[in-house]
Design a protein around this ligand. Structure first.
Ligand code: ZN
Length: 254
């Protein structure tokens, strides 16, 4: 594929990533994602368009507000780079198709959920519930997952974690799994089909365990630090999206 095309796709992804930053900052606080226009969280001065260019503005402002010089979080350009990279990866796999549009929307939702969950330990229903509906609707046109697999995906995704949550509560007498994780895995099932649930849970748990051990080594084994599960489910879903066919073929010879 031509480099110019891929550069364009990356720029498109980075611009969407810039919008995702607004969602990540504002959705957990219940603020509008359209109004007011971007402004510095410290000095409130509005951000001009030339200081709001994805990735590049962060570089030429050297990571600081033009007016009050407060530091801008490096997570902003990181989300823009990540979203741009996801757009390129999906475009290389799916080309300029409806499938690209659908799965890029899915990946964008996962990015927003990941960073909100890391920051606030919540997964907003305003993303996961419409995500389930959108995934089911998308299955009517998706070349990868049909409506039957998508409906079974919602049931398998939601049902599996609901059962785990119930079991944990019964055995330990306390809540171990958030309702947000249940709805997130249902959304993943809607977009990727029931076949994705096992791989997503498995990969998510493996990555989660590794990170958990690292955190425990740094913070002490009795750490009360809450590690959200959402980002690992999102990571597992992306691994399935890109490598699922190969993983399933490897294990089941299908
Ligand atoms: Zn400022």
């Amino acid at each position: 594929m031509e480099t110019a095309t891929l550069a364009f796709v990356f720029a498109y992804g980075a611009i969407i990533g810039s919008f995702l930053n607004v969602c990540i900052a504002r959705l957990p606080e219940g603020r509008s994602i359209v109004r007011p226009p971007s402004h510095c969280p410290k000095c409130q001065s509005p951000i001009a368009w030339y200081d709001n260019v994805p990735i590049l503005s962060y570089l030429w402002l050297a990571g600081r507000c033009r007016t009050c010089r407060v530091r801008i979080s490096p997570l902003y350009p990181a989300v823009e780079i990540l979203t741009g990279a996801l757009a390129v990866a999906l475009f290389l796999r799916l080309g300029p198709t409806l499938a690209f549009a659908g799965y890029f929307a899915f990946a964008a939702a996962l990015v927003v959920i990941t960073f909100i969950d890391l920051d606030h330990q919540i997964i907003p229903d305003v993303i996961s519930l419409p995500g389930i509906a959108l995934g089911l609707a998308f299955s009517l046109v998706s070349p990868l997952v049909g409506p039957r697999d998508a409906i079974l995906g919602v049931l398998a995704g939601g049902g599996t974690l609901l059962a785990v949550a119930w079991l944990y509560k019964t055995l330990r007498g306390q809540e171990g799994m958030g309702g947000g994780d249940i709805k997130l895995l249902a959304m993943i099932g809607a977009f990727l089909g029931w076949q994705s649930i096992f791989v997503t849970l498995f990969v998510g748990s493996v990555i989660g365990s590794i990170i958990g051990v690292i955190v425990m080594l740094y913070e002490g084994a009795d750490t009360k630090l809450a590690i959200p599960f959402g980002p690992f489910l999102a990571g597992g879903a992306l691994v399935y999206l890109f490598f699922g066919d190969r993983i399933l073929a490897f294990y089941f010879g299908v």
